[in-house]
Design a protein around this ligand. Sequence first.
Ligand code: ZN
Length: 222
Amino acid sequence: MDNVIEFNEFTFSSSCQTGEACCWLCQKGTSLRALFCQHCGTIQPVRPLDHFARLGLERRIDVDPVLLERQYATLKKALSPERFAIRGLGERGHASKQLEVIETAYQTLREPLRRGRYWLALHEKEIQESESVNPMVAELRTELDEASAAAQCDRIAHRAGQAMEQGIVGLMQALRSQNWQIANAILLEVDGLESILGDVRSRRSALTLPRGAGSDELTSVK
Ligand SMILES: [Zn+2]
């Protein structure tokens, strides 16, 4: 049996050096990306990989959503707890940690905004805060401060939502062309819009709550 003969100190060190990583069980060389050891088939511990590599995707700002879903589903299936039910504690532990990091990678890459922020971090670009507030954000903020009717809140929410959508499109373009400054500015704008959207929701419920749900007459109340 190959496994038995090779399982000694000499092959242990030499074979492991040929790989990027060592299998924690058979100690043979394996690749960083390998979820399972190619020699003994054992689940591998979480390795230092970026989210793209983790999901077996090319590192690109534009992610093919169909491919992303497929990779995620395949990995989840390979790591499903039932498959490890009769395995030892070590293997079950590695499988559940792998599931966790795959979930994080998937959640990060599927949402353009999170992906954009992650893309900046991958390129070691830190988001720089700005002294001046984005004019659109400032305008919506003023309107929100003065809003006294649910309909006003809805208009603000609608405009903020639209601006966010445009912001995401612009962010992707900026990241594609590696225009970090523009990407930074858009992210700050989007942060401002997100906070307005959060506040507009609480303002709206504060305006509508005292009179109960569906009170349209509130829209005319000043
Ligand atoms: Zn192995």
